[in-house]
Ligand binder design. Structure first.
Ligand code: PNS
Length: 168
């Protein structure tokens, strides 16, 4: 069946680092949207393992040469960024019920800030239900292999950080 693609969505997140669950969502979003803007939040209040530039580089490498995926970063409020980009759809992935409360709060805050921006949700692919960036970092820090759960470029970058003995 022919599918219809519409407009652009912003897929925001920390992506510290990007996982195969994120990638799965991007691929599936491209069945619905013509363009997906993967927006890396540059939140100074959060301590990230990777810099925003490193996170963007890993996303670009993982996504490959796809002109329909734009990798960008933003400071400040997501809704302000969406307005600057002229995009009114924010996409978020939802794994289990445990994600719900956080997503619910964020959606309502964004809605309070800007009623013209809609947040939509897609369920994470079943294979990636238990994968999140925090667990990936914890596993890698403890010396476990995270191969198959994150793109190869992320495995490599995690290894590099480990070898440089940087703080996790
Ligand atoms: O991957 P994450 O950490 O769950 O992503 C959360 C993110 C980056 C989407 C969220 O923290 C965010 O939108 N930050 C930008 C600041 C903002 O707009 N805050 C108000 C809404 S809670």
């Amino acid at each position: 069946m022919e599918t219809q693609q519409s407009g652009t969505c912003i897929y925001p997140g920390s992506f510290d680092p990007i996982t195969n669950g994120h990638l799965d969502l991007i691929e599936r979003a491209l069945h619905i949207f013509k363009t997906v803007i993967v927006a890396v939040a540059n939140n100074p209040e959060k301590t990230h393992l990777f810099t925003a530039e490193e996170r963007k580089e890993m996303i670009r490498a993982a996504v490959g040469d796809n002109p329909r995926v734009i990798v960008d970063s933003f400071d400040g409020l997501l809704v302000d960024y969406a307005h600057r980009k002229g995009v009114n759809v924010v996409l978020r992935g939802m794994r289990a019920m445990s994600d719900f409360e956080y997503e619910f709060q964020m959606t309502f805050m964004n809605r309070k800030l800007a009623r013209d921006i809609e947040t939509i949700f897609m369920m994470t692919g079943l294979r990636w239900f238990f994968v999140n960036s925090k667990l990936i970092k914890a596993a890698a820090r403890a010396g476990a292999s995270v191969e198959g759960l994150v793109p190869d470029v992320v495995c490599k970058k995690l290894q590099e950080k480990l070898h440089r003995k940087e703080a996790y």
